[in-house]
Design a protein around this ligand. Structure first.
Ligand SMILES: [Zn+2]
Length: 298
């Protein structure tokens, strides 16, 4: 008798939790699958977890994923864990390794949030593991990643083929402020998720999406805005090239494509297709971009 009451109580509990917390998800789940899931849940005695393990492929690209509690991952789909009180997410395919330095949860938080936003905005079907290696300081980062002498500019590096990101710890502020250092992991994540061989697109998009844009003057605007990133010049000049390429990405996404990230993704595959951006010839685009940069200058 006691056992039966307990079972009924458990069923009531399941119904209750199912109808409140995960209401949005249940609507999207096939009723047959849902029933199967409930019976699995009964056996595992974990009513609120694993409700949607098999739905991950569709969920991970939608905002619903952020509301999913799913820490039982039996297939190769990406698990998303979330704490009850906050909106923080943690994707199981993002790994963080700290080399001779303490864990820094700020990096993990910004990377996970950016990963969620980028895969959603750009509708990326991405499931590979990405490893972030964080070194204690600039010297260690350079020695381990490049060897030789530190160039005084680079504090992060992404190998988009192997999907490894190397980073100087944000606690080392010898090159940038801590706030700026904390944007670098997102910049490098953009390189892994949205790689491009076109320098202006590669660096401009990363700069723009990682919120690294800075003020500039009309004197900084180059003659040739078709190829802004040339790597000619000193550290500050190269940084300004990245910055202006960032404004170029902003111009294309916000002004030419009206925030349509999917169209930008198509543009990335044919960067000389100015018709896609609403301009007949390269010169028309170039003039419009120069005028835009002048309007943004201080
Ligand atoms: Zn970069």
């Amino acid at each position: 008798m006691m056992h039966r009451s307990a079972t009924i109580l458990l069923l009531v509990f399941l119904l209750f939790t199912g109808c409140t917390k995960d209401a949005d998800i249940i609507e999207a789940v096939d009723p047959v699958t849902d029933n199967n899931q409930v019976s699995t849940d009964l056996e595992s005695d974990k009513p609120s977890t694993n409700m949607t393990a098999e739905q991950d492929d569709s969920l991970k690209a939608s905002p619903i994923a952020s509301e999913t509690t799913n820490d039982h991952n039996e297939n190769d789909a990406i698990a998303v864990t979330e704490t009850e009180e906050t909106d923080e997410v943690a994707f199981s395919n993002l790994n963080f390794e700290y080399i001779d330095t303490e864990r820094d949860e700020r990096i993990e938080k910004t990377v996970n949030q950016a990963y969620q936003k980028l895969t959603n905005d750009f509708k990326l079907d991405f499931s590979d593991a990405i490893t972030f290696k964080i070194y204690k300081d600039q010297k260690e980062f350079w020695e381990r990643v490049f060897g030789g002498e530190n160039n005084g500019i680079t504090t992060g590096f992404a190998n988009h083929v192997e999907k490894i990101v190397h980073l100087t710890s944000p606690k080392d502020t010898s090159i940038k402020s801590e706030a700026e250092m904390l944007k670098v992991p997102v910049h490098e994540l953009v390189h892994v998720l949205l790689p491009s061989n076109t320098l202006d697109i590669r660096e401009g998009l990363a700069y723009y999406l990682a919120d690294q844009l800075k003020d500039f003057s009309t004197d900084d605007i180059p003659e040739n805005v078709v190829n802004i990133v040339t790597y000619q010049g000193e550290g500050d000049q190269i940084r300004m090239q990245y910055n202006l390429a960032g404004y170029k990405a902003k111009f294309i996404i916000e002004e030419c494509l009206d925030m349509d990230y999917l169209k930008y993704k198509t543009y990335m595959t044919s960067p000389n297709d100015y018709a896609m951006l609403g301009y007949e010839h390269e010169a028309d685009f170039s003039n419009a971009l120069t005028a835009y940069l002048q309007s943004q200058a201080f």
